[in-house]
Structures are given as C-alpha cells and as structure tokens.
Design a protein around this ligand. Structure first.
Ligand SMILES: [Zn+2]
Length: 375
C-alpha cells in the first residue's frame, strides 16, 4: 500500500505518562470519559479491540491478546521501554506537542522526541499561558499586556499556538477582538473570583483573536480543538461551524487555522476548509477511537475538503498506544481506501501518491514552515 513505510508528521499530540500504570490508571487514559465504572471497560470498544490487535505484537504478544495479558506484559517491560517501542514502531518522525495540559504528569517535548527517536516541537496553549500569568499575580489593568508579552516569549521557541476555547465557553466566537475597556473589567472579575480556570467568554474571545494576530505575524498556525473530547465539553458547542464568523474575519489577515479532531463534525470542518483557504482539517483523536471505521471518516472528510488541507495527527495523550494507533490505523485503513479508489479508477497513481504524502506530513510541513526538514 502507498501508506506503508511512509514517515509521518504527527501535527497534534501530547506527551506520554512518565510512570507505570495499574489497570485503573491505564483504562482512564483509554477513554474520553472522566471515570471508568464496573462493566464499562474501555477495552470493550473499537479503541480497545484495536489496541489489543495492533499494539500487542509490539510488546511481543499475539494479536488480540487479552487485556490482562497486555497489561501484565506492559508492567513487566516498564513505561519507558513500552513507550520507546510503540512510538518508534509508529513510523512517526516528527511530533508537534501541545504542552498545555500536564495532569497527570507527562513527558516533555525533548523526552518524547528521545523516546520516539525523532524530532519534536512545542505548541503553546493560549489558555494555559493566560492562567500562568494570572497565577503569578497581576493586576486587572496589566493582565492583557502581560499575557501578550508571555505568549510572544513562549512563541519564540514554538512551532504553533493552540486554543481549547471549545472546552471553556464553546466555539461561538465574535468576529472582532473585544476592546480594552471590556477586557479590563472582565479581567478584574476573573482575577478577584475563586475560579482559576479562564472561562469568561469575553476574555477568551480576546485571547483567541490575540493568538490569531500573533500567529499571523510570526507565521505560526493556530490550532483549535473542535468536536468530541472529555465531558468538560458540551459537544453541541464544539461544532466548528460556530467558528464561521471568526474564520471569515481572519481570512485575509489571520494565520493558518487548524481544526483538530472534528468528529462527528468532520464534514462541517471539511466544508470550512473548502470555503476558506486558511483552514486545515485534522482527524487526530478520531482515528484511534473509530478504529476500523477510520477509512469511512477519512473518506467523508475528503468528500469536500481540498486535499492539501487535510493533516495527519494522533492526538496521543498519556498512552503511547494512542500515538501508535493513530499512525497504524491511518496506514492500514487509509492505505486500503486508496487501493480501492485506485482499483475503481477514482484517481491516477500520481494523484494517490500526492494525496497520501500530503496528509502524511507534506501539508502540515508547509503550514508550519517545516518544509526544509520534511522529505
Ligand atoms: Zn489533544
């Protein structure tokens, strides 16, 4: 298949858990739910069966090894060796790592690259920067200037910016940056209130617009979480179509906007990429979770998205199994889809080659300015 052996650029992921995990700890990282209750093991899901099928052989077990055997072998090898094996066997050579969520503790950017035997670059999460500034102590009048200074400072070593505004107030975003009077009064309310988490929609809109303009200025794409995630999210507020006004307002001035995850709104995201030339679509998180249905989701995305706008990622978080499965399923399921399309004369071999290489990393390499580092 055309996808075999192709190096991958994982354009959105996180570190792996730097400790050995018991069954409860492992299962909690194998689901987007915030708890695992008896009778609802995440091993009994598309993700769980795919993990046993594709990850077990990397740990010297037969395909479909039972969950108990898998966890026992994992414990015997230790998290470091398991991470090394799974990351290296994914064929990923570059990881773009969101460092904004570190509970439970995860490996840093350099350690992930070291374990995986590749390169890794940092993506800075805007909400985490704003919360760090608030945590250090700042007056309401200085918050905006301090946050901007800190974003610029962290962006100097980063490859991209990211927002999780979907989790905080939803994606319905105004088409312009809120003015300073409004920002200062909301800052006063946030800083004097009990909640350290930034959830104020005006401050968040200000932050995302600021991120977009800094991204445009420095040539850093802005990633936006869309679609499913943990129960912190209201899924109906995470439809990327809610970003339409924001996307329109940045079409001439903004940075590249990368819509992450997208499921079940991947067709909506594909439409936005179709309509707006600065929008990219990514199916990280989706592919590992939908398992054998990955080809269906990819095919639905490619119905309308321009093909140079689609990017691979795993959204691996905590478990190196997730980084591994994102890559393996993409190769297996997308490879078969392309073979079928070639068989049905949907496209020529040169078109297929271009499509596969673009999604594997070429499209992201262009967006993030990694062209020189990417084959
Ligand atoms: Zn993520």
């Amino acid at each position: 298949m055309l996808t075999d052996g192709l190096p991958l650029l994982d354009q959105h992921c996180h570190g792996v858990r730097d400790a050995d995990l018991d069954r409860a700890g492992f299962e909690l990282l194998l689901t987007e739910a915030d708890r695992v209750v008896p009778g609802r093991s995440p091993f009994e899901s598309m993700l769980g069966v795919t993990l046993r099928r594709l990850c077990a052989p990397v740990l010297d077990l037969p395909r479909h090894a039972p969950a108990e055997d898998y966890l026992a072998r994992r414990a015997a090898l230790g998290w470091r060796e398991v991470s090394r094996r799974l990351l290296r066997a994914s064929g990923t050579t570059t990881w773009l790592v969101d460092t904004g969520l570190n509970t439970p503790p995860l490996t840093g950017v350099a350690e992930l690259a070291d374990l995986g035997g590749g390169h890794a670059r940092e993506v800075v999460r805007l909400e985490a920067v704003a919360e760090q500034v608030a945590q250090r102590g700042v007056s309401a009048a200085c918050l905006a200037a301090e946050v901007e200074r800190e974003i610029r400072s962290q962006a100097a070593n980063a490859i991209g910016l990211k927002s999780v505004v979907a989790y905080r107030c939803g994606l319905r975003m105004p088409d312009r940056r809120p003015g300073s009077g409004q920002v200062d009064s909301r800052a006063a309310a946030w800083l004097s209130g009990p909640d350290r988490r930034l959830r104020d929609p005006v401050l968040l809109a200000w932050l995302v617009h600021l991120g977009a303009s800094i991204g445009a200025e420095l040539g850093l794409p802005l990633q936006l979480h869309t679609g499913f995630g943990d129960p912190d999210l209201r899924l109906h507020e995470a439809d990327p179509l809610l970003l339409t006004d924001f996307i329109r307002s940045t079409v001439d001035t903004g940075p590249t906007l990368v819509l992450l995850h997208c499921w079940p709104f991947h067709r909506n995201a594909a439409y936005l990429a179709h309509a707006y030339p600065h929008v990219l679509v990514d199916l990280g998180l989706t592919i590992p979770h939908v398992g054998a249905q990955a080809a269906a989701v990819l095919a639905e995305t490619l119905e309308i998205a321009p093909w140079p706008a689609v990017c691979f990622s795993s959204d691996g978080f905590g478990l190196p199994e997730l980084h591994h499965l994102g890559a393996l399923l993409w190769r297996e399921r997308f490879g078969r889809l392309i073979d079928r399309w070639l068989g049905e004369d949907v496209l020529a071999a040169t078109d297929a080659e271009r499509l596969v290489r673009g999604i594997a990393g070429g499209n992201a390499a262009r967006a993030y300015g990694l062209g020189g580092e990417w084959p």
